[in-house]
Design a protein around this ligand. Structure first.
Ligand code: SAM
Length: 194
């Protein structure tokens, strides 16, 4: 099996990447992570999905490609430039709401809402405010984080943050987790009733 073959990436990615080429932004998810996100999004028909860290919309495009017509996605980004790229290419899709603002204040304001899938791809919800974000996950809901396999240019402090995050998630009694040393390193957790 070749895990990179026949990915059938969303066609919109080419246009997003063309816009990204004129920027210095390099933090978009890769195609393997995108394809996993699409598969997991497809497992939540009529789902409410949340993405923290839209970037330029690469992972957003994959999530939308997996969602059915009744599913809804809220995606939050604090960088106006990349948010604008995402919105330009994906903003006509009625299933997605783009929020330009700080993920931390979004979590504080929306803590009572419930989501069936949360892709936590930025600091709030991944390296802090993890507990409130997991509180926003439905029973049976999926919490997904990536970029967990160390790369050479990580500062030691960041490596420590990743270790702490994984330890924290491993030790919660209400999560069933799988760690994948694949793509950039992912952890997928399902929330169960304690
Ligand atoms: C890893 S990138 C997201 C990539 C995107 N999910 C993708 O795969 O294409 C993280 C994003 O979080 C944004 N960000 C950083 N701090 C943030 C915050 N406090 N609130 C919202 N977004 C934030 C950054 O501007 C960046 O676009």
């Amino acid at each position: 099996m070749n895990d990179s073959a026949n990915l059938k990436a969303p066609a919109l990615l080419n246009a997003i990447r063309a816009d990204l080429a004129a920027t210095t932004f390099t933090m978009s998810s890769d195609d393997l992570t995108g394809s996993l996100l699409r598969t997991l999004a497809a497992s939540k028909p009529r789902g409410s999905l949340l993405e923290l860290g839209t970037g330029a919309g690469v992972s957003t495009a994959w999530l939308l490609d997996g969602m059915d017509a009744e599913s809804r996605l809220i995606t939050v980004e604090n960088d106006r430039q990349v948010h604008a790229i995402a919105k330009r290419h994906l903003g006509s899709d009625p299933r997605v709401t783009f929020v330009l603002g700080d993920g931390e204040s979004f979590i504080e304001r929306h803590g009572q809402e419930r989501f069936e899938l949360i892709f936590a791809d930025t600091w709030p919800g991944k390296f802090y405010l993890v507990d409130p974000v997991l509180g926003m996950l439905s029973w049976g809901g999926l919490y997904i984080v990536d970029d967990l396999v160390p790369v050479d240019n990580w500062p030691q402090e960041h490596a420590n943050q990743v270790v702490q995050l994984v330890n924290y998630l491993e030790n919660r009694s209400d999560l069933r987790i799988t760690k994948l040393t694949w793509s950039t390193g992912l952890l997928v957790a399902t929330k169960v009733r304690p």
